[in-house]
Structures are given as structure tokens and as C-alpha cells.
Write a protein that binds this ligand. Structure first.
Ligand code: SF4
Length: 577
């Protein structure tokens, strides 16, 4: 029997973990041959369909998530029309908790694997190789199916007690480690029960053994995976265990970045001491703040203390080199628009690298569905089930929050406007700045794609109107610096606020200075090098900027396939012509 395991990622850079797990769990079943094919939601549906059919599999299993379920449903329907004899199976969080409903609405599918897949999948394939494919007798637990009389739910299956029983897909070489982002997990389950999250369905946490974790991590490090994204729901649920793994990575890592989802309030002093040893950028922490209002948090069953959580975040940003990403969910029970702004307001002073704001999603199978019904929330019927109106937020306010979220991505999370926002924050609260900017952007009809130059122009026009008159010059200078450190300011392409007197480096610096700076820069063969220089009243290379006049030389190195690299040096005194 030929089996095709497939999924559609949100982005090309992602490598599946679920499919290699399933393949690893079934390598020893005789008379089966399993192939993995990974696509993205951005590929043409007809191309994906052709490639799936070209595999001529007897069974096609789809790994379903909120971002791919609609496309998968359409592709599966077409597969069944072209090859009615192909068995179609769905699994993953988007179908696990509503399997009967899914089978009812998607008649192309024959089976749904509910919940944790490896054991169910392994027993299911054994069953299929022994029984006639159409027989439902003695189907293993955890499999929902379509009978003549309609969908039948699967029997409950206990979670796998010892996770080490699941063969490592890394040890078997089944994960595509050439992708820039590889998913990995050291544990399953979450100790918390937030009503809006599907992880609240599973009680307790199970960990792989430390021996297994060390071996998998070494494999990822040796393969020089660019980003290892751990999908553990709360990686540091056990502070001692987290410390051991972090120390192991610190001792062995070569060049990989490790991304963890953590609960900041659980960090111990010993954890912080360990994290002070982390080189800048090696670890990224994603921390769910979600909301600050204690009553709101209590209503969704979140037990974290927001004050303690924020204090720990501050320790992280002040004392360690960890990159900090904070999440907020807008629209939780009891939080209105001013409550949302108050939550956002508490995050900026902590200096995180990213702030992600998302309107609440009422996920199928989550306890939030019941709360939403009781409180008469309106939310989208299809993925991603985003709220449309709540008793606390109007449709317009939710749209406005989405615009603030987009501006945060463009201006704050991109890191492109670091110096300009630092200058803004000296005069205004950033929450008020982004809130008002969202209205301005709407008025300017700039709600679609915005070019980089226009992003700077909009920031200038909006900022100079918001800030007090005495801030104008320093704001302009900071914006110019931010532009120069990301893009070569070619004549004609410079934003309108650039000082007219600024020239290219070759015009303003003596030749010896340029030559001596260029010797310090690594230039790949065939690369193009351009230079630019400008005088600033502060040195924006530092955070906060160092006061005092400085002449900066920007070196722009571009090589095909490598993007643009910018290096910045201070010009020695008397280097200017
Ligand atoms: S939101 Fe985070 S902490 Fe809460 S249940 Fe989900 S994974 Fe656990």
C-alpha cells in the first residue's frame, strides 16, 4: 500500500514535524511505502492537486491546521473526484476536536485521526493492511470514520505515557533540516487551561527523556539548522528541566537560533542567571501576556500574575541577550478598547523586540466557544474564527486594533524604525502614537501594501504633526539614520525629509578614509559596494543613542542571492573634505 503524507505550510521556510513523526512510527509495518510531500498555501491549487495525484497513492493523509484547512478540503474533494478509490484521511488540531462535523461537511474524507497521532496512525495502518480497506470492524481507538449511516466518532484514546516510545524522526533522518525553520518539541501538553486555547483540552504535561532531548538537539545543532522552533506549549513548566536544556544548548550550539514559548512568571533566579550567558540573538522567547486586566484573565482561566510576568520580562530584556516577543490577544471577556490600550501601554517600557497583537479567535473545541455563546460574541464561522463583535468591542474597534497590529509589524517589529521610535517615546506614549497613527493611515488610504520609502514618508508626516515643535529636528535625524542603516539613499530615491546637502561618501570623504574603512569589510566575490556618509548630533548605533556629534560612514554590500548587508563606521576626525 502506498501512503502519501502531506500538508500545506503557511510559508515555504517551514519543515513539518508531524508528518515525519507519523512516518517514523510506521517504518516497520510491512507492505507499506510512505512518501512525504510538503506544499505551501501560496502554491496554485491545481499544481498541488496534480502533484498529489502523480504519487498514485492508495491513501492520502492530510495534516490540517487553521491556515490550510479550507484549501485541503477543496484539494481532497478533487482528489476523490479524479480517483474515487483513494482513501482520504485527515488529522491535526483543526479536525481533531470536531471530527464528526468535519466528516459531515467534507464527504471526500473517509477517516479522521483524532488527537495525538502516532499510535493511532500506526494501529490504523496495521488494521488496513490486515482488513479489507472498507471494513470498519475493529478500527483502533482515536479514529473517526464515515459509515453508511453517517460519521461515527472514534473511541477515546489515552495519551502516550512514555513519549520516548515514539521513534525520533530526527535520528531517522526524516525531517528536512535544510529548511530555514525546523519545528521540534521536548514536551507535550500545558500545565495551564486558558479557555481560548486548544492546549487547554489536554491535562498535564509529558516530557521526552533528557537523554532523548539531548540527542535530538545535538542532531539539529550538527545539521546547523538556522532556526529551531520548539512547539512546547510552556517550555519552562519545570524550571530545573528548562535550565538543564538551556545549559546543554549553550555548551554545544554552533550557529542555530532556538525559539521557545515560555511562561515568564515561572522563570526562577537560577533561570535568569543561566540566560545571562546566552549570546545576543541565540534564544528567542515568545511570551503570552494576552491581557493585563486581572478580571479578564480570571474569566478565561489564566492564573498568571501579570505584574510578576512583566517584572520577569523586564529582567530578560535588561539582563540577558534573549530576543523577547510578547503576545497580546484583543477581545477577551471584559476587555474593552481602553482596556486593550492599557494592556499595550504596559508592554512598550519593557523594550521587547516584538509585540504581536491578534484579535481573539474562537477555536472549535476550545472552552471559549461556550463563553462566546453565553456572552453573545459574533465570530467568523470559518477559519480562523476571528471575533467580529463582542459585548466589549465593536466591529469597528476590532478593525482599528487590527490596523494598530499591522503598524506594530511595519514600524516596531520590523526593527527598521528603532531610532525614530526611541525619539518619539521621549515625547509621547507609543500606545497613543500608534493608536492615532492608525486613524491617520486610514485617512491617507494607505491600508494596503506600502513601499519602504512611503513607510518613511508616512512616519515623517504623521510624526512631525504629533510631536512638539522642538522635537522636529531630532525626529528627522533619527528617521534619516533609520533609513540609511537599511537602504542605500540613492539620489532621487531619498525620502523628502532628507537634508538636501547630504552627499554620497565619495563626494564628502577623502579617498584614503574610504579605502581604509573598506578594508575592514568582508566583500564576497562579485559583490557591489556603495558608501554614504552623514553627520549626526548623536550616535544612533547605540541604544540609547550616545550624545555628541558623529560622522558616520555607511557601507552597503550587495551580492546576488544574499540580500543587502549594511555596516556602519564612525569617520575619523578631519576625514570630511
Ligand atoms: S495559552 Fe499558552 S499557557 Fe494557556 S493553555 Fe494555551 S499553551 Fe497553555
Amino acid at each position: 500500500m502506498k501512503i502519501l503524507l502531506t500538508t500545506l505550510h503557511a510559508k515555504y521556510i517551514h519543515a513539518s514535524l508531524a508528518l515525519p513523526y507519523l512516518k517514523a512510527a510506521t517504518t516497520e509495518i510491512p507492505e507499506t511505502q510512505t512518501v512525504i510531500r510538503e506544499f505551501t498555501v501560496n502554491e496554485a491549487r491545481s499544481v498541488i492537486l496534480r502533484e498529489i495525484l502523480a504519487e498514485e497513492a492508495d491513501l492520502v493523509a492530510f495534516s490540517c491546521y487553521i491556515w490550510n484547512i479550507e484549501l485541503i478540503a477543496r484539494i481532497a474533494a478533487d482528489v476523490k473526484k479524479v480517483r474515487p478509490g483513494t482513501l482520504l484521511v485527515a488529522g491535526g488540531p483543526e479536525v481533531s476536536f470536531s471530527a464528526e462535523e468535519f466528516l459531515l461537511e467534507n464527504c471526500a474524507f473517509d477517516y479522521v485521526i483524532c488527537g495525538e497521532g502516532e499510535k493511532s496512525w500506526q494501529e490504523f495502518l496495521v488494521h488496513l493492511t490486515k482488513e479489507a480497506a472498507a471494513s470498519y470492524s475493529a478500527l483502533p481507538a482515536g479514529i473517526a470514520y464515515r459509515s453508511k449511516n453517517g460519521p461515527v466518532p472514534g473511541q477515546e484514546r489515552a495519551a502516550i505515557g512514555n513519549l520516548d516510545e515514539i521513534p525520533s524522526p530526527f535520528a531517522l533522518g526524516l525531517v528536512d533540516t535544510s529548511k530555514p525553520l525546523v519545528y521540534y518539541e521536548t514536551s507535550r501538553g500545558c500545565p495551564f487551561s486558558c479557555a481560548f486555547c486548544l492546549s487547554s483540552r489536554e491535562k498535564g504535561v509529558r516530557s521526552f527523556s533528557l537523554a532523548r532531548i539531548r540527542s535530538d538537539i545535538l542532531y539539529l545543532i550538527r545539521n546547523e539548522v538556522q532556526v529551531v522552533k520548539l512547539v512546547d506549549r510552556t517550555f519552562n513548566y519545570d524550571a530545573g528541566r528548562a535550565n538543564e536544556i538551556w545549559n546543554f544548548i549553550l555548551a554545544h550550539n554552533r550557529s542555530s537560533t532556538f525559539h521557545f514559548e515560555i511562561a515568564a512568571d515561572l522563570l526562577t533566579d537560577e533561570n535568569i542567571r543561566t540566560l545571562t550567558k546566552v549570546p545576543a540573538g541565540m534564544f528567542r522567547f515568545e511570551i503570552g501576556v494576552q491581557a493585563i486586566g486581572k478580571e479578564t484573565l480570571a474569566r478565561v482561566g489564566r492564573t498568571s500574575d501579570p505584574d510578576l510576568l512583566l517584572a520577569k520580562v523586564q529582567q530578560l530584556t535588561e539582563q540577558t541577550g534573549v530576543t523577547v516577543h510578547l503576545d497580546l490577544v484583543a477581545g477577551l471577556p471584559g476587555e474593552d478598547f481602553s482596556g486593550f490600550l492599557a494592556s499595550l501601554e504596559r508592554l512598550f517600557p519593557l523594550n521587547p523586540q516584538h509585540i504581536q497583537v491578534e484579535p481573539l479567535k474562537v477555536l472549535k473545541g476550545s472552552p471559549m466557544v461556550k463563553i462566546a455563546a453565553q456572552e453573545e460574541y459574533a465570530f467568523s464561522a470559518g477559519p480562523p474564527y476571528t471575533i467580529l463583535r463582542t459585548p466589549y468591542l465593536s466591529f469597528e474597534e476590532i478593525g482599528h486594533i487590527e490596523e494598530i497590529s499591522r503598524l506594530l509589524d511595519l514600524y516596531f517589529n520590523s526593527g527598521r524604525f528603532r531610532s525614530s521610535l526611541y525619539t518619539v517615546a521621549r515625547y509621547l506614549a507609543l500606545t497613543a502614537f500608534f493608536n492615532t497613527m492608525a486613524y491617520f493611515i486610514k485617512k491617507e488610504s494607505a491600508t494596503g501594501q506600502i513601499s519602504l520609502k512611503n513607510l518613511f514618508e508616512l512616519m515623517w508626516r504623521f510624526g512631525v504633526g504629533m510631536l512638539p515643535a522642538e522635537a522636529g529636528n531630532s525626529f528627522r535625524e533619527a528617521l534619516c539614520y533609520d533609513f540609511c542603516r537599511g537602504e542605500y539613499p540613492a539620489t532621487g530615491l531619498r525620502p523628502s525629509f532628507f537634508p538636501e546637502e547630504w552627499k554620497s561618501a565619495s563626494e564628502s570623504l577623502n579617498r584614503n578614509t574610504i579605502d581604509s574603512v573598506l578594508t575592514k569589510v568582508e566583500k564576497p566575490f562579485g559583490s557591489r559596494v556603495r558608501t554614504f556618509t552623514a553627520s549626526f548630533s548623536q550616535d544612533y548605533r547605540f541604544s540609547p543613542p550616545k550624545s555628541g556629534q558623529v560622522d558616520l560612514i555607511f557601507i552597503y554590500i550587495s551580492a546576488s542571492g544574499q540580500g543587502l548587508r549594511v555596516e556602519i563606521f564612525s569617520a575619523p576626525p578631519a576625514a570630511l573634505k
